[in-house]
Ligand binder design. Structure first.
Ligand code: NAD
Ligand code: ZN
Length: 349
């Protein structure tokens, strides 16, 4: 087998194959990237296990991977912002740039978004990949490509904390201590949050959260959301102003509403069932705002500055490393729920 462009392709539910593809050539405004690090996201595993997320259905073979960083190996016509050899983080969603959402700067809501590894768009879990140059962010020498790949989940934290209005002195509840809960913890602390309580069912995840700066790691021991809200209030001595819900579990979304202070805000990051019954009157009469988030918008530069300045350290999130040839081991490790972030090294070994 000649090693041209080894690529991890999801053919259909339960069927990931490693295949040699042609090395893609960059078009105008694009760069060719020699891929370095690609983190596995829950959505990659979900497409593999179920073949779909909501209305996004894998109907044709699709390259996986979207939490990624690489080295520029070729410039397309007209690219002046980058040069060959630059190490870059890849913002995986390229919008149309022309619609009213794009023009208002809310390009994450663009209806014509092309997002890596969201069907039918190919991702970047491969040796080589091309991407629009203006969605590639040059990494300073002291920021690794692993950290570059982690800009993707970190940007979700930046967007969620922005939408929640977290600021100096905020008391913050984060529900769920998976990778997304943890990047929200790091971001909330970097925003100046005074205290963060983080919940989970899993002790190991709470231990990790504690090591990463959570003031009150709290195990979910009751199925009654009001009772859990009471325990959260006991931690802070009052209700938190902002809650970032990062589990998607319906009981946790209910807890998020009951636990939040009147006039505060619940940010819905976690995505569980499409329809959930909620204590909506409690939210209404206490003026608890419920805000959604979708991925991130204009957050890569902020996330990169946070890492480059040393203000946040995302490195402890990485618990496993595999090379591209070991893609199935990497996916099985994530499926078993081991560790936090599994990273695939895409360079030739
Ligand atoms: P994950 O599954 O690794 O983490 C979820 C955590 O929630 C787990 O540790 C789990 O034990 C915990 N949990 C389950 N039930 C709970 C409960 N009742 N109370 C408290 N914790 C509970 O997933 P992740 O990668 O961290 O992502 C979290 C969620 O964020 C997912 O639903 C994902 O789809 C969503 N997400 C949304 C966006 C967006 O743009 N809105 C972006 C990325 C991820
Ligand atoms: Zn658009």
């Amino acid at each position: 087998m000649t090693d041209k462009n080894l690529t991890a392709i999801l053919y259909k539910q339960g069927d990931i194959r490693l295949e040699e593809k042609e090395i893609p050539e960059p078009g105008p405004g694009q760069v060719q990237l020699c891929m370095q690090d690609v983190g596995i996201c829950g959505s990659d595993v979900h497409y593999w296990q179920h073949g779909a997320i909501g209305d996004f259905i894998v109907k044709a073979p699709m390259v996986l991977g979207h939490e990624a960083a690489g080295v520029v190996s070729k410039l397309g016509e007209g690219v002046t912002s980058l040069k060959v050899g630059d190490r870059v983080a890849i913002e995986p969603g390229v919008p149309c740039r022309c619609c009213s959402y794009c023009k208002k700067g809310r390009y994450n809501l663009c209806l014509d978004m092309k997002f890596c590894a969201t069907p039918p768009i190919d991702g970047n879990l491969a040796r080589y990949y091309v991407h629009d140059a203006d969605f590639c962010f040059k990494l300073p020498d002291h920021v690794s490509t692993e950290e570059g790949a982690l800009l993707e989940p970190l940007s979700v934290g930046v967007h969620a904390c922005n939408r929640g209005g977290i600021t100096l002195g905020s008391k913050v509840l984060i529900c769920g201590a998976g990778p997304i809960g943890l990047v929200n913890l790091l971001t909330a602390k970097a925003c100046g949050a005074a205290q963060v309580c983080i919940t989970d069912l899993d002790e190991k995840r709470l231990e990790m959260a504690k090591a990463m700066g959570a003031d009150f790691p709290l195990k979910v021991t009751s199925k009654d959301p009001k009772e859990m809200a009471g325990k959260i209030e006991e931690c802070f001595g009052e209700k938190p102003e902002v809650t970032i819900e990062c589990s998607g579990a319906p009981p946790s979304v209910k807890t998020a509403i009951f636990a939040t202070r009147s006039g505060g805000c619940v940010v819905l990051v976690g995505m569980g069932p499409a329809e959930v019954s909620l204590p909506i009157i409690d939210a209404a009469v206490r003026e608890v705002d419920i805000r959604g988030i979708f991925r991130y918008v204009n957050c890569y530069p902020t996330a990169l500055n946070m890492i480059a300045s040393g203000r946040v350290n995302v490195k402890p999130l990485i618990t496993h490393r595999f090379n591209l040839e070991q893609t199935m081991d990497a996916f099985n490790t994530t499926l078993r729920g081991e560790g936090i972030k599994v990273m695939i090294k895409c360079g030739r070994q």
